[in-house]
Each structure stands twice: as C-alpha cells, then as structure tokens.
Design a protein around this ligand. Structure first.
Ligand code: PLP
Length: 343
C-alpha cells in the first residue's frame, strides 16, 4: 500500500540499526535498572559523540526528558524562557511546570520558530521584583517546531547571553539529529561548547522505538537526577532495551545518515511545493519538515484521498514531516496529488 503518512516522524517504524541492536540485546539475563553492559556502552557512545564526560540518562519520551531536565535547573519560584511555539509550552500538558512544582514558563518570540536574543533579554529584564518568578533558564528547540534550525552562531549567542544573565541553557533536541545533519557541525560545538548545560537528545523521531537521552554537560545540574527519573516513573527496569538502540544508531554514523535522508526528503518536497502556484512555504525548509499554505480545497482533497498531515497555523496551513522511512517515491506521489488537487 502507498505510504500516505506525513503527519509526523513518529509514525515510522524502528530503523534497522536500532532494531538489530535490540535483537542483539535480547539474549540472556542482564542486570536491571541500567547496571548492564548495553547501558554502559550507550552512555559511552554518547560521551564519545559529544567529546566530553557528560552524565547520561535514558527516559521513555521527550516530555519526560524536557520536564525532568528543566525541573533540575529550577526551583519552584523560578521561571524558564521559551519560544511561544515551543513544545514545552504547547505540547507537554504542563509537564515542565508540574515536575518543577510550579516553575513558570515565560514566552518569548522570534521569527521562524527561533528565540530572538533581544526578546529573551526583554522578557528576562521585564520584572526584577519579588512578586514575579525569577528567570533561571532558557530553553530552545533544535531543530525547531517549524522545521528550521538555529545556526551555530545563533546558539553560541544565546549561550553567551545565558552566561551573562546567569541563566541555565537547555536544548530540546527531539530532532537534534536533523539539526546536526543540516548544519554539518560537531555535536559538541552545537551544545556544550556553545554553552548548553543540558540536552534532551531525541531517539524516537530519528528511528528508535522509544526513548530519549538526557545529556548533562554540567555535572552539578545532574545531581540526584536519577531520583527524579525514578520518582517520575521514568526509570526503566529493563534498561538495556532503551539503551541498545543508541548503540546501534551511533555506530557507523547511522544516526546522521538517517537524519540526512529525512532532511533530503523534506527538501525534495519543499522544492516541489515552492514551484507550485497558490502554494507557499511558510518557513525555510532546513530539517525534516515542510510547512506550506495550501488552498483550503486542496488540503481537503488530499485528506479525502488518505494523505495524513497536520493542519497547523491558520486555515490551510499544512505540516508534512519526513522520517528515515520516507522514500522519494512517496514524496513524489504526494507532490503529484497536491498538483492535481490545486484549484
Ligand atoms: C516530539 C517532540 C518532543 C517529545 O514528545 P513526546 O511525545 O513526549 O516524546 C519534544 N519536543 C519536540 C520539539 C518534539 O517535536
């Protein structure tokens, strides 16, 4: 059957490198709760990737990774600056506030889903009195919720500003792989060398069945994090199965090959759409998602034909997400149907 699924990158299955590791890990009995060789190997692979001695924890999903990471940066009377479109604000059901016992998210703005430095400074400086929650952290999403990517210089500038303002710096990297594939810079440069204290490193959307890594570059902030995970129901007893896919994905650069493919599929789609009359790209296509305004009748026709995509901002706005599993034939079939469905 024709693959008609462009709703998200989490609609795909498990990619072979991740699955093979899981199958390999499924032999024999092993220590539980992370005291096994697979977990050790996965942590070491992540430390190698980032060229530093980071503290690494595995959790089940991105909401937990973000919520628990942010909670570890803040007290309940603090606040966290994020983009108004950020996943932590719009898609985590108040998880960051809940797990931090009330830390408030402060919304800032910026073009293309990226925090604008001046707006962050404005939000941080807006109130300094005792009656307002004290800004304590900044979180950015890389790649962003609208398929764009912060440049290395933009991350570095935000990192420097955080240092100046005495704020911790968190990165929601649910699609970190796609950002690295786009920028072609080292993961270390894009994170701790640019001032990132903690990264939520996404595994699910790059091809794993489940699991994200929380990577602390700042050891002090990782204090007692294991207890946070356990209390939140995020400590896997058969940890080897959360860890094994990381070993497979980080071997032979598979995570980058898969992410680069997803990005290439999105740029193939973006290029085709940008040439169509009546269709406009809403954001530059830099990672694995394409946002476009389609005529309303076109969107309706596509949905009636079974194409699955998320209708995002405003009437007619459509989000198409590509994954490791998306093929050029699928993209071309979608393009052909869009062309046919134009008024
Ligand atoms: C998918 C996603 C997450 C994680 O979502 P879960 O459903 O909790 O795994 C986090 N941040 C961003 C930007 C995402 O797209």
């Amino acid at each position: 059957m024709l693959h008609t699924e462009f709703a998200s990158d989490n609609t795909s299955g498990i990619c072979p490198e991740a699955l093979n590791s899981i199958i390999e890990a499924n032999s024999g009995v092993m220590a539980s709760y992370g005291n096994d060789d697979w977990t050790r190997r996965a942590c070491d692979a992540i430390r190698d990737l980032f060229e530093t001695d980071a503290d690494v924890f595995f959790v089940f999903n991105g909401t937990a990774a973000n919520s628990l990471a942010l909670a570890s940066l803040c007290q309940s009377y603090h606040s966290i600056v994020c983009h108004k479109l950020s996943h932590v604000e719009t898609d985590e059901c108040g998880g960051p506030e809940f797990f931090s016992n009330g830390t408030k998210l402060l919304l800032a703005d910026g073009a293309d889903g990226k925090l604008d430095l001046a707006d962050v400074a404005r939000v941080v400086a807006a109130r300094t009195d005792i009656h307002y929650p004290k800004p304590r952290a900044v979180t950015i999403t890389q790649s962003t919720e609208v398929g764009t990517v912060y440049s290395l210089a933009e991350v570095q500038a935000l990192g420097a500003a955080c240092r100046d303002m005495d704020l911790s710096f968190h990165m929601d990297g649910a699609r970190f792989a796609n950002a690295v594939a786009h920028l072609q810079v080292s993961p270390a440069d894009l994170t701790w060398r640019a001032g990132v204290d903690v990264l939520s490193f996404g595994g699910t959307k790059m091809g794993m069945p489940v699991g994200e890594a929380v990577v602390f570059f700042n050891h002090d902030l990782a204090q007692d994090f294991a207890y946070r995970c356990k209390q939140a129901g995020q400590l896997a007893s058969k940890m080897r199965f959360l860890a094994a896919p990381w070993v497979g994905m980080l071997q032979n650069n598979a995570w980058q090959i898969r992410a680069a493919h997803a990005n290439a599929m999105a740029s193939r789609l973006g290029a085709a759409l940008s040439a169509m009359p009546g269709v406009a790209l809403m954001f530059p296509v830099q990672a694995n998602a394409v946002f476009a305004t389609l005529p309303e009748t076109t969107a309706a026709t596509l949905k009636a034909r079974g194409w699955s995509f998320y209708s995002f901002i405003g009437a007619g706005g459509a989000r198409f997400v590509c994954s490791w599993a998306t093929t050029a034939e699928q993209v071309d079939a979608l393009v052909a149907d869009i062309r046919q469905a134009l008024p």
